[in-house]
Ligand binder design. Structure first.
Ligand code: FAD
Length: 331
């Protein structure tokens, strides 16, 4: 058994943020286990991203390159990683707890008859085994588990680990995974990938998030949340109550059944702070809550709790921000 490996995700030729976070987790584990960190990259011209992975801590990068692997296809990816694992015998393979990672981890565990532990936020080593910790019951309890097989797959919650500091020029070993072209034959075929055209800042990577809940009042009044977000250069988030009501799309939902975010600043407007919401944002750097109810649970986790009607507080905050930015007022 050797090495802690990660599966890197590429989108539009760019490495996704989760892939770097996996390297932080892998490095911590590998240093404790006294082993190395590796990253598997799959795609057309996958080797082009190897330098970034080396710079962020990978000692080895194993690439499976083929035009036939240009788009994510679960069956083909599973075969590539299974083949790699059979040859290199890694102790742990970390994947993002993303759509791609969740899809692959389950398939791989079944195919290889190994353990899989999902949605991990912390790793430790005890008796040579990797102890994986994950929040359960909406984050109110933590569960620790160890794999019982020689190889364990674990998916890692986005934002649970920071991106590593880049070391430009850091080098590593490039390995090639021999790709059998038949692997790309699949029972499904990707006909088209349509990327959403949006100028809005993505929730997952935003440094500031402004979220609105039922206290906003009506869907059209969400325009106030959007204006505050625009003024702060923030992404817009939402509670499940407003998503369920059809006021906002599900991609904006923060919480247990939405996204987990950990921005530097989280502004919760008209959100009560139910536990299912808190688990998705409580690791944020600074939490500001605007709520008419001083006793709302969100006020207890807020660093700054503003008791007031958001219809009055937010316009005043926007005006103040504009003044400070030296912008013309009253727009
Ligand atoms: C299995 C499960 C999963 C769930 N997953 C999620 C999830 O992922 N994310 C999530 O958010 N929820 C989730 N929920 C729902 C969660 O339990 C709450 O129902 C939801 O978060 C409440 O949304 P809210 O805070 O917007 O609404 P409410 O609880 O109705 O709170 C509205 C708040 O606005 C305040 N308010 C009212 N008017 C104003 C005003 N004018 N100015 C300022 N404040 C005002 C009120 O005082 C109140 O605190 C889940 C529930 C279950 C059972």
């Amino acid at each position: 058994m050797s090495g802690v490996w990660t599966v890197a995700e590429i989108s539009g030729g760019e490495i996704k943020a989760i892939s770097f976070e996996l390297l932080t987790a892998a490095r911590q584990l590998a240093d404790t286990l006294g082993t190395t960190v590796g990253s598997v990259v799959i795609g057309h011209e996958a080797a082009s991203v190897a330098g970034s992975l080396f710079a962020c801590g990978a000692d080895e990068v194993a690439v499976a390159e083929s035009p036939a692997l240009a788009n994510f296809a679960p069956e083909a990816w599973t075969k590539v990683i299974a083949s790699f694992a059979a040859e290199h015998h890694p102790q742990v393979i970390l994947l993002g707890h993303s759509a791609l990672g969740k899809d692959l981890a389950g398939r791989l565990a079944v195919r290889l008859g190994t353990s899989v532990i999902a949605d991990c936020t912390h790793f430790a080593v005890a008796g040579g085994k990797v102890v994986c910790t994950r929040p359960i019951f909406g984050g109110t309890m933590l569960s620790s588990a160890v794999g019982t097989t020689a190889l364990t797959f674990a998916t890692v919650r986005p934002k649970a680990f920071a991106r590593p500091n880049e070391q430009p020029g850091r080098e590593g070993k490039l390995l090639r995974i021999a790709v059998d072209e038949s692997w790309a034959r699949s029972r499904t075929e990707t006909l088209e990938i349509t990327r959403e055209q949006t100028a809005a800042i993505g929730l997952a990577d935003a440094e500031i998030v402004v979220s609105g809940g039922r206290g906003v009042g009506t869907p059209d009044k969400f325009e106030l949340i959007e204006r505050l977000a625009a003024q702060l250069g923030a992404a817009v988030g939402a509670s499940r109550a407003v998503v369920d009501a059809g006021w906002r799309p599900h991609k904006e939902q923060v919480g247990q059944t939405g996204r987990t975010v950990s921005p530097k600043l989280y502004v919760a407007c008209g959100i009560s702070g139910a536990i299912q919401h808190l688990v998705g944002m409580r690791t944020s750097g600074t939490i500001v809550a605007i709520n008419t109810d001083a006793e709302a649970p969100i006020m207890k986790v807020a660093n700054v709790a503003v008791v007031g009607d958001l219809q009055e507080v937010i316009p005043a905050v926007i005006e103040e921000l504009k003044k400070r930015a030296g912008a013309p007022q009253g727009v």
